[in-house]
Design a protein around this ligand. Structure first.
Ligand code: NAP
Length: 313
């Protein structure tokens, strides 16, 4: 087996600690050789730097970076990494705008490095079996309900409700990453209602309608103010009955009530992401699908803006 890919993790916040560090530790193809973050000491036993300049100056040999900062600052860090000849793993969403991602893709291609726009929800265990089932189904409607409590899941993350932070589309883009994967045909936004708290520049709730060439109704309800039970569900009505993906894609229930064997659940979404990243680095490819980001951008373009109660954390 070849040597592990020497990777630095950048932006040591919640997702870096909760998911990236354990997923890298469980992948023999990747070695975590440094961490980068403005504050804190990273993780014990691994060299830590406060910015990419300091990492570069250290002379530590790096082949790849995984960027776990908020989206507003990801492009500049990614460009710096690509200029070093490093492969780049982008947390979702891959950028704050579509043009940023196009620039990163062009720069990565020119530098001959791999760029990975990761969509972790696509690696949830119910997603591929749902896609296989729907490939031949006559689909009648799709309903997405993605309602979670921002205070529980994102405490102290002020960037989410700032401009470029995506607001409720931070979780909502995960639903869109699944829907764009499981539906057999392309679809597009027809209307959107976006609720902006009086003191925020990103929406705290959104209702978005989509359709496709055949007139399929697709409705998405995204809300960051959900107290009590949380919902991350996608319901697809077909001529053969209703398919439901629960828990962000973790649990699939087919129309006959069966739940396909989901042994991949043992490995987790981030194990799948790092396996994919290692594979594309080895083969010299990039994997950049902007479809979920395009739908969010289109929801902003099509959206009616409503001002709602100020958000106080
Ligand atoms: P977070 O806890 O706020 O962590 C982000 C880290 O990035 C911060 O700890 C911060 O570390 C660094 N950072 C913040 N502002 C920065 C800036 N202006 N310049 C450079 N670095 C900055 O956020 P998170 O939840 O980990 O989310 C990060 C990304 O992962 C988001 O795109 C999110 O959508 C994605 N994600 C999150 C989750 C989740 O459940 N939380 C799940 C999947 C994906 P320093 O202050 O030390 O620099």
């Amino acid at each position: 087996m070849s040597q592990p890919i020497r990777l630095a993790l950048v932006g040591m916040g919640k997702i870096a600690h909760d998911q990236h560090v354990p997923a890298i530790a469980g992948n023999a193809d990747i070695a975590l050789v440094a961490t980068v973050s403005r504050h804190g000491d990273g993780i014990e036993g691994t060299p830590h730097f406060h910015d990419l300049d300091a990492l570069i100056a250290s002379g530590i040999a790096i082949e790849a970076v995984a960027l776990c900062t908020p989206p507003q600052v990801r492009r500049a860090i990614a460009m710096q990494a690509i200029a070093q000849g490093w492969h780049v793993f982008l947390e979702k969403p891959p950028g704050a705008t579509l043009a940023e991602v196009a620039q990163l893709q062009a720069a990565a291609d020119a530098a001959g490095v791999s760029l990975f726009a990761s969509w972790h929800s696509r690696y949830a265990p119910g997603v591929e079996p749902a896609r296989a089932f729907l490939a031949d189904a006559a689909i009648a409607s799709v309903t997405v309900t993605w309602r979670e409590d921002i205070r529980v899941w994102h405490p102290g993350q002020a960037w989410i409700l700032e401009a470029g932070g995506f607001g409720v589309f931070d979780p909502g883009i995960n639903a869109l990453s699944i829907v764009t994967r499981i539906l057999p045909r392309a679809f597009f936004v027809t209307e959107a209602d976006l609720d902006f708290p009086a003191n925020c520049d990103s929406p705290i709730a959104a209702r978005v309608r989509f359709t496709d060439d055949a007139g399929l109704p697709i409705a998405a309800d995204f809300d960051f103010r959900q107290e009590g039970p949380q919902s991350w569900d996608i319901v697809v009505a077909t001529d053969a009955g209703t398919l439901t993906l629960h828990d962000g894609g973790a649990r699939l229930v087919l129309p006959d009530g069966t739940e396909p064997s989901q042994s991949e659940a043992l490995h987790g979404e981030y194990a799948g992401l790092y396996a994919r990243f290692a594979a594309i680095v080895r083969t010299g490819e990039s994997d950049v699908d902007i479809a979920p980001l395009r739908h969010v951008a289109d929801a902003f373009l099509r959206g009616r803006r409503h001002v709602v109660e100020a958000f106080i954390e």
